[in-house]
Design a protein around this ligand. Structure first.
Ligand code: HAM
Length: 431
């Protein structure tokens, strides 16, 4: 047999990395509970048509799509939003609104593998259905900010825009949806010149081209000043003005509720997915060029899937990239939980060592028993190598008096302690 490797773009997570991924997953799940988002679990395999409907050209082309043995055209999900919107259009359609739903798991895109870009990756996804009010958008921004803070990230900045600004201009100028989508895709890739070329070849008026160009250049960190400039640039386009006003309301609300968001407002910011209708955003850290997460408002998707018109806004936190950012900013991880090893001095004391390990685990300590029957000195040097906090050495002398040896691996000190006090002795030192 050949030496098997993972398939290109697919990764194994060895223990330390698996622990990091699960940590981000756990914190995002806790946050979901704190904000009232209930978890739903949808399948990895969905109908191709559902996933392709509004995914945008780029994702559509990169889907793992195939015919199953029953001849159905299916694909591995490239995102959660389509699946959760399907639920809202069907099984959950009659549930009272608002409805907040959380999902976490793996997604698949045939992207070119590189740093921060994988073919299998994870998202922690939050969708808020039923409200078209700015507080719903503000909640999604706040929640994302909360997650990144709780994970200890620093210096991140939210790039924020509004799809209504560009669509307002192009719609009023008579550009068809397909052309608009094409332009949005190019803008998502920061290919502004090409976007203008497409607009030009779609017979956009000179006024339209000039306004688009002005909008692309309207960006900055002072949110309200940028919005003022944006409003001036799009005055002739009613829907664009309304979009700027909506973005202002969202940002005012965020500011007034005491959340300090570092922002970069870009009036010409677009995201590749085609379902967005309102505010869109992506947080970045200076150490990584790629967005950590992505989100926005999409008020027409549930309707498109045959449901009632239900406004929606959501975000997908990119777990893999968040882990990369944590590695860059925080350096080597702390040991998640301090470990204890229990070492019997010889085989006669194995059972006692196992018994003690159970007692320690019942006190929520992470405990490993020496299972290799190595000499105490060997087991201790192995514990040292693995940054274990305490070793409990079980031998005849001490046991006779109901005691064991407790060794502090970091201080390299040991003392004899009563078994009945063992948990307290260890836990006390961690507090
Ligand atoms: P998205 O921007 O396509 O949005 O993806 C969100 C995040 O998923 C990205 O910011 C990134 O962290 C991560 N991601 C995407 N592709 C890859 C990849 N190939 N490798 C590693 N990470 C990746 C969505 O998926 C929307 N469904 C977000 C949303 C939810 N909008 C409203 N609700």
């Amino acid at each position: 047999m050949p030496a098997f490797k993972t398939v290109r773009g697919m990764r194994d997570f060895l223990p330390r990395d698996a622990e990091r991924m699960r940590h981000v997953e756990q914190v995002s799940r806790e946050l979901a509970q704190l904000y009232g988002y209930e978890e739903v679990i949808t399948p990895v395999v969905e109908s191709y048509d559902l996933l392709a409907a509004k995914a945008g050209e780029e994702i559509r082309e990169r889907m793992y799509a195939f015919k199953d043995l029953g001849g159905r055209k299916v694909a591995l999900r490239p995102e959660f939003t389509a699946s959760v919107a399907r639920l809202m259009a069907t099984k959950l359609r009659n549930k009272p609104k608002p409805m907040r739903l959380f999902s976490v798991g793996s997604l698949y895109r045939y992207d070119e593998p590189q740093y921060g870009r994988f073919r299998e990756f994870w998202q922690a996804n939050y969708e808020l259905f039923g409200s078209d009010k700015p507080e719903a958008d503000a909640e999604i921004l706040m929640l994302t900010n909360d997650l990144l803070t709780r994970l200890g990230l620093r210096n991140y900045r939210f790039k924020i825009g509004h799809m209504g600004i560009l669509r307002g201009i192009m719609g009023q100028e008579g550009l068809g949806e397909e052309q608009q989508n094409r332009i949005m895709q190019l803008l998502d890739k920061k290919r502004w010149e090409e976007a203008l070329t497409v607009a030009r070849s779609a017979d956009a008026s000179q006024n339209c081209l000039t306004t688009l160009k002005k909008v692309f250049e309207t960006k900055g960190k002072d949110a309200f000043q940028v919005l003022k400039r944006a409003e001036e640039s799009v005055q002739e386009y009613e829907k664009s003005v309304a979009a700027v006003e909506n973005l202002r309301e969202i940002l005012e609300l965020t500011r007034e509720s005491g959340v300090k968001l570092e922002v970069m407002i870009e009036a010409g910011f677009a995201r590749g997915l085609e379902y967005y209708t309102g505010m869109v955003f992506e947080p970045y850290v200076p150490e990584i060029e790629m967005a950590l997460s992505g989100g926005g408002r999409y008020d027409k998707l549930i309707e498109l899937f045959g449901g009632e018109p239900i406004p929606a806004v959501g975000v997908a936190q990119g777990v893999d990239r968040i882990v990369l950012a944590m590695k860059k900013q925080r350096g080597p991880p702390k040991i998640a939980k301090e470990k204890v090893v229990v070492i019997p001095v010889d085989e006669e004391y194995v059972a006692k060592a196992m018994e003690l390990s159970s007692i320690l685990r019942n006190a929520e300590l992470s405990v490993e028993v020496e299972v290799m029957r190595r000499a105490v000195s060997k087991a201790l040097s192995d514990a040292d190598r693995r940054a274990v906090a305490y070793a409990v050495i079980v031998g005849p002398e001490e046991l006779k008096e109901g005691k064991v040896v407790l060794r502090d691996m970091k201080k390299r000190e040991q003392r004899v302690v009563e078994i009945k006090n063992l948990c307290e002795e260890i836990l006390g030192s961690f507090r």
